[in-house]
Ligand binder design. Sequence first.
Ligand code: CA2
Length: 146
Amino acid sequence: MAEKPVIYVLNGPNLNLLGTREPDIYGSQTLDDIAGQLEDQAQALGVVVDVRQSNHEGHLVDWLHEAQTMNAKAVLLNAGAYTHSSIALYDAIKAIQTPVIEVHLSNPHRREAFRHKSYVGAAALGTVAGFGALSYTLALDAAAKL
Ligand code: CA2
């Protein structure tokens, strides 16, 4: 039987704290809760998710390269605050052919001006933002249909 397509779900700095603080902005679910939901959804969609989190920019760059090397179907990327600062992530997304979907729990455009610039969004195929954990669900649905 053919192997199922793999979709990387990469999470950046501070997202390991989800569910512990600022629930009004980021919701009350932990990243493990979201990962569990995505795994169930992936099974129904006939794909596999590989959910990771790092507080280190270089890890995210390495994982984007790995997604290409491993022939992943797509990447969902919530780069956290690196979204708004990282030319390295912009270059990494541009350097791979794997489609990258930018994901955010909150809608950065409704927040502080420094969150309005997205280096990730400037390179990504598309963006889903502002729906809390549902942003990941919507993005996974789109990734599986690419
Ligand atoms: O809305 C998103 O998903 C963000 O990527 C979250 C980032 C923020 O810098 C982006 O502008 C938008 C911050 C993640 C911090 O996560 C926390 C979770 C719980 C408690 C504190 C921070």
